[in-house]
Design a protein around this ligand. Sequence first.
Ligand SMILES: Cc1cc2nc3c(=O)[nH]c(=O)nc-3n(C[C@H](O)[C@H](O)[C@H](O)COP(=O)(O)OP(=O)(O)OC[C@H]3O[C@@H](n4cnc5c(N)ncnc54)[C@H](O)[C@@H]3O)c2cc1C
Length: 289
Amino acid sequence: MNFNIESPTSKEELLNCLRNHQSGYFRLAAGFTDLLIELKKSKTEELTVINLSQIKDKQFTGIDIQPSGIRIGALVNVAQIGKNQSIRKSFPVLQQAADALASGQIREVATIGGNICQASPSGDLSCALVALKASCEILKMDGTIRHESLNDFFRGPAVTSLQKNEVLKSIVIPANQTNKLKSGFIKIGKRSAMECSIVSISYHFQLGADAAILHSGIAIGAVAPTVIFCREAADFLHKLNVNKIHETDQLKVAELIQQSASPIDDQRASAWYRNEVLFNSAKSIFEQD
Ligand SMILES: Cc1cc2nc3c(=O)[nH]c(=O)nc-3n(C[C@H](O)[C@H](O)[C@H](O)COP(=O)(O)OP(=O)(O)OC[C@H]3O[C@@H](n4cnc5c(N)ncnc54)[C@H](O)[C@@H]3O)c2cc1C
């Protein structure tokens, strides 16, 4: 593996790098935890890596809390997300997904932007963020910003809408409409750490005074070509009391979630096993505290 590396330290330097390399082959990198593995297998001779990790611009590196929501820079690492008090309080599903990703060492370097742009169907943060109805802020080479929902950003396994002249700058999560929440991340893997999911489920329910579900998001990972938002299951739960969901309704939700999936056999698990685990994990949402 042989490559040139360029490390812009500001947005302007990054834009220049992008302009200079449009006619050649280059890759963007942040924490390198996915990219290095890919490059080791690659036979490409002429490659430039644009290393984003030295960019100091707060829009890439900060967590900014606004009344309308929270903006997380693409270069924020997974450990920072797990430790952030506002995320813990308002978006437990994201904090739990961050804490479940890989190991402590990897979490210190792996970034939220890298997790999203890798577009793995088993990406833990991607799954939580789709349930939270997050959107992407994408910096274009001419300095303008394009906005897109994360759900639309994912186009297939390892495929996103990102063009060669674009970089993911930040992710925006809309503010909760209510203070009462039921929010969590369920991850099933072969081991409890350093393991990509066999199945994952993210759920984020915003509750009214009587524990009625007023706004809900559910997403599933590792059971389809991309992370999937389970719209029908989320709609079905509207106005139900989260603490008193009848067993037949719990089964209905699990069925609707299962119907959103299209798992395949791979080295980690069979499609049949994924379907079974998905159904049982979906039922267990209502047993979690
Ligand atoms: C041992 C191990 C265990 C792992 N366990 C898990 C796990 O449990 N759960 C999980 O979800 N993942 C896991 N991963 C995968 C990986 O750590 C995460 O996907 C991580 O968040 C990637 O972030 P990164 O900054 O290292 O990305 P990089 O490797 O730097 O980049 C990944 C991809 O994103 C692109 N990219 C990065 N940043 C940007 C940007 N701002 N704009 C545009 N493109 C960009 C790169 O070009 C590349 O294609 C594991 C990896 C390893 C090596």
